[in-house]
Design a binder for this molecule. Structure first.
Ligand code: C2E
Ligand code: CA
Ligand code: CA
Length: 405
């Protein structure tokens, strides 16, 4: 970090503030983007969105020196305008008395609302973005969830929701083999809202069913366009995430099949990504559904593999073609022997069961190299590419036939 007057420069990756620490300043973002992450009570890191130019972060510090409610990290090089609590107090003292009083009243109510919500977990109806996201993520506020779910449903129709595509690299041939489609929601007032926030809400309300249909249709069309623009014909796949709600729908397989046929994508090009937990909710129904998908030619991928609680016997029961090693194991495979052992075991297990293995969350070259040596088939992660809009992915494929690592 570099300081010039009240401006502070942060480089991509720098931590700007840390959850739980005291802080005496708020910042206004002049340039760049930051990622806001909270640690939930059960110790999980949850991204709650990004903020760009014009947004204020860490404002609670100048209200009442409260500890930071989230960790904020620079995702790009950033220039931030610092507002210290003294600076804020001085400005307030020098301002028009009516403005001063109004500001003080608003700030006090803001703090009271937060404090009350902290104690009761009760609904709040005027909170700014961070408060909605944080309180929701921490407490699962029912009223707020209904509101978000309705807004998300409308957003699907009015173009606020888009898909980004993250390339998956074949570790043996170094070629791009396919993509995972990931939803993005850019709210006109709140900015980027993380799928970690809106997907669980959409699942709970059932809106996920229309969202998944939309994502499948969009990603299939995008796949065909990417193929046409890059001359890669029919050898790329698209991996689409589905939820339990999608699965229980009577016409799931028909609907998926119709969508891919209409967009002229071959069933072999579609990977259906589901989690272990989804299989366990209704095992018999899931098996029947997946068998039909498999018969039609689609592949089934188990997401976040290794984080579920279930026994391994289910691997035999369901027609699974791909295991995706959860990124928590990949990210510390070099610093934690247990994680390395798990990664090795999952790769071995996959080989024995004639399944393909994809490692998620590869952020460093040494992980890519080790995974290749261990015989892992494919990998995805920030080291190769972040999830990107269609135009950038097309450029990415067109630029290089193979990816060096
Ligand atoms: P997921 O299915 O496990 O997706 C992978 C997540 O890891 C994505 O987060 C991706 O951006 C992130 N990621 C990829 N590479 C790296 C890396 O190297 N390091 C780190 N730290 N993260 C990496 P994203 O896009 O925020 O999505 C979060 C979750 O939201 C997804 O987790 C998935 O469960 C859900 N989701 C996203 N899009 C959809 C969707 O269209 N349908 C459904 N049902 N769920 C979705
Ligand atoms: Ca996934
Ligand atoms: Ca995953």
């Amino acid at each position: 970090m570099e300081t010039t007057g009240s401006k502070k420069k942060f480089s991509a990756g720098d931590i700007i503030m840390k959850q739980g620490e005291a802080g005496q300043s708020a910042y206004i973002i002049e340039e760049g983007r930051v990622d806001i992450v909270i640690e939930t009570p059960d110790g999980k890191q949850q991204s709650v969105g990004t903020r760009g130019a014009g947004a204020m972060i860490g404002e609670m510090a100048i209200v009442d020196n409260a500890p930071r409610t989230a960790t904020v990290k620079a995702v790009e090089d950033c220039i931030l305008l610092e507002i210290t609590s003294e600076d804020f107090a001085r400005r307030l003292e020098n301002t028009d008395p009516v403005l001063r009083m109004t500001t003080q009243v608003i700030l006090t109510r803001y703090r009271d609302t937060l404090t009350r919500a902290d104690i009761t977990g009760a609904g709040k109806n005027w909170p700014p973005a961070e408060v909605i996201e944080l309180s929701h993520a921490e407490k699962g506020d029912a009223v707020q969830n209904i509101k978000i779910s309705n807004e998300f449903s409308a957003a699907l129709k009015n173009g606020e929701v888009s898909l980004h595509y993250q390339p998956m690299i074949d570790l043996q041939t170094h070629q791009i083999s396919g993509f995972e489609a990931l939803m993005r929601w850019e709210h006109p007032e709140r900015g980027f809202i993380s799928p970690n926030i809106f997907i669980p809400i959409a699942e709970e309300s059932g809106v996920i069913v229309e969202a998944s249909e939309w994502a499948l249709k969009e990603s299939c069309k995008a796949l065909r366009r990417m193929e046409q623009r890059t001359g890669r014909d029919r050898d790329l796949f698209m991996s689409v995430n589905f939820s339990s709600r999608d699965f229980v729908a009577e016409n799931f397989v028909d609907s998926v099949y119709t969508t891919i046929s209409e967009s002229d994508v071959r069933p072999e090009q579609l990977h259906i990504e589901i989690t272990e937990r989804m299989l366990m909710d209704q095992p018999d129904h899931a098996r029947e559904t997946l068998n039909m998908c498999r018969k039609a030619g689609m592949d089934i991928s188990i997401d976040d593999f290794g984080t579920g609680y279930s026994s391994l016997s289910y691997l035999n029961y369901f027609p699974i073609g791909i295991l995706k090693i959860d990124r928590s194991f990949v990210s510390d495979m070099h610093s934690n022997e247990g994680s390395m052992a798990l990664v090795k075991s999952i790769i071995g297990l996959g080989k024995n069961m004639k399944m393909k293995i994809i490692a998620e969350g590869v952020e460093h070259q040494e992980e890519a190299k080790s995974l290749k040596e261990l015989g892992c088939d494919m990998a995805q992660g920030y080291y190769f590419a972040r999830p990107m809009p269609e135009a950038d992915v097309t450029k990415f494929i067109a630029q290089a036939d193979t990816i060096e690592f």
